[in-house]
Structure formats: C-alpha cells, structure tokens
Design a protein around this ligand. Structure first.
Ligand code: 76R
Length: 255
C-alpha cells in the first residue's frame, strides 16, 4: 500500500447554493418582499459576524448562470455548527422564495506534503512562517469584494493513472510542481482546498478568490497543463460569482 499523507483538519465548510423563484418574487406583495429582505440581511449579517459560533467565517455571493443565484459559504469549527447555520436559513422569510439546487460539504485540510516537521510535532523545527501558512489554510479568511470560483474535484483512480497507487514521494513531487505554479499567482489568487472524502461526491472542494476573474481562468488553465492536474485531475461542475455585502441583498433581488 502506498503511504497516505498525514493530514490536519481545520474548519468544516458548507457551500450552500440557492436559486431564487423569480416569478414568486415578482408576484409577492411588497411587504412580504420587504420582510424577506430584512430577514435575509439579518441572517447574513449575523453569520458574517459569526454570532452563532466561537469562530469561523461566512459570506454571500451572487452566482452567474442557471446553476444557482446565490452561494452562501460558511466555515465553522464543527459539522454541527454548519448544520445549524443551514437550518437557521430555512426559518427566514427569504427561504420560502428559494430552493437549494445543490450544496457541498468539506473540511479544510493541510497535508504533510507541505511540511514534514510540522507533522512530526517537532515544535522547535517549525518555522513561524510555515505555522502561519498552515493556520491560514485551516482557518481561512474570505476576501471582501472579490470574484469566486467553486468546483469539486478528484484525483484519478484509473488503471493507467491512479493517484492513490503512486508512492508518497511521487505525489509529493507532483504537488511541489503544482505549488510552484500556484505561487506565481501570489497576491492575485487565494485558494481554499477542503477535503470532502467521506462527506460529499468528490474528494476536494476548491474555492478560488480573485479580484480579476481572468486570473481565476488563467490559474485553472495553467494548472491543466501541469502533471498533477493534466494526468490526475478530474473536475466537477464550476460555479462563478461575486461576493456582495449583505446590505446589498435587496438591490440584488429587486435588481
Ligand atoms: O509544495 C508546495 O508548495 C505545494 C503546496 C500545495 C499542496 C500540497 C498547494 C499549493 N496545493 C496543494 C494541494 Mn493546491 N490547488 C488546487 C487547485 O484547478 C486545478 O487544476 C486544481 C485546483 C488550485 C487552483 C490550487 C492552487 N491542491 C492541493 C490538493 C490536495 C492534493 C492531495 O492532498 O492529494 C488539491 C486538490 C489542490 C488543488 N495550490 C497551491 C494552489 C496554489 C495557488 C498553491 C500555491 C500557493 C499556496 O500554497 O497558497
């Protein structure tokens, strides 16, 4: 058996996608729409403040295209807190105008491909920079006012290309080449990699943030040519959107 990487988990993540029933929205009396907006804004503000848990982060995004209209992303220390956040939305007057076409559950993860000494528990050997880097991966901040792309992905498990039967060293080499490309996008793209093994239909959920949507396209495209993705990447559906402040919910709905 090839050696699995050691991993550390951080916050659990829910990507909660919603479509708006635009016909029902247009037909609803003004006071019902106002109440829905008021409760929707209150829900989003409360969750962005993380009033419901000890720590975490939340944000709302408008999504382009037919797959969804809104994506609400929650990071929380436990799966239970995520479940509570999801259920609480259902009790708002906004929820009756929405459906949940899809969702994604995962947990932020760092593996020992990044740093052996961190995982060896060798406190003195771990560079402060590495420690901060790992903490930032496990407990990510969500950038304001940026474009987002979310997609689930797998590493292939096929006869000719099987990530899971490569040796640890081979996987580690491939991911360090992958990391080199990634670092060319420093300052332009922030990525959150969360494992969904055992939780959802793919193996990872990838959330990319960038001020310029073309940078999101460029990093995904460039990585397609890199062996870790070219040979072993398998991708699910993509969702693209933009973060907005909760107070803009009314403007979004009444657009
Ligand atoms: O040695 C190193 O520096 C590598 C650090 C690193 C690891 C271990 C790293 C760096 N990633 C790692 C693991 Mn990544 N990443 C993706 C995607 O679209 C695609 O083709 C893939 C989607 C992007 C865009 C991206 C970006 N990465 C992983 C894993 C887990 C693999 C496993 O454990 O088997 C996946 C699924 C994955 C996918 N990666 C980086 C980036 C960027 C921008 C970096 C460098 C910057 C940084 O480290 O923050």
């Amino acid at each position: 058996m090839a050696k699995p990487p050691r991993t550390e988990e951080g916050w659990y993540v829910l990507h909660d996608f919603r479509t708006v029933d635009w016909d029902a929205w247009r037909d609803a009396p003004a006071r019902e729409r106002e109440l829905a907006i008021e409760e929707g804004v209150a829900y989003l503000e409360e969750h962005e403040r993380v009033a419901d848990a000890e720590e975490g982060a939340s944000a709302v995004f408008s999504v382009l295209g037919h797959k969804a209209d809104l994506m609400v992303v929650h990071f929380r220390p436990t799966l239970d807190a995520l479940s509570a956040a999801e259920r609480r939305f259902e009790s708002t007057a906004l929820a009756q105008f929405t459906d949940q076409p899809t969702s994604y559950v995962s947990v932020t993860e760092v593996s020992d491909y990044v740093s052996d000494s961190y995982f060896d528990g060798d406190e003195d050997e771990v560079d402060e920079g590495i420690r901060r880097y790992i903490e930032g991966k496990l407990k990510p901040e969500i950038p304001d006012d940026e474009y987002v792309s979310f997609y689930p992905m797998n590493r292939k498990r096929e006869a000719e290309q099987n990530w899971y039967s490569l040796s640890y060293e081979e996987r580690s080499d491939l991911l360090s080449g992958h990391g080199e490309i990634g670092r060319e996008y420093a300052g332009k793209i922030k990525q959150v990699i969360a494992s969904s093994v055992g939780f959802d239909d793919y193996e990872w959920g990838v959330t990319l943030f960038g001020g310029d949507p073309a940078d999101i396209k460029d990093i995904v495209y460039e990585m397609r040519f890199d062996e870790a993705s070219a040979e072993y990447g398998e991708f699910g559906p993509f969702y693209v959107g933009r973060r907005f402040p909760p107070t803009d919910l009314g403007a979004y709905l009444d657009g």
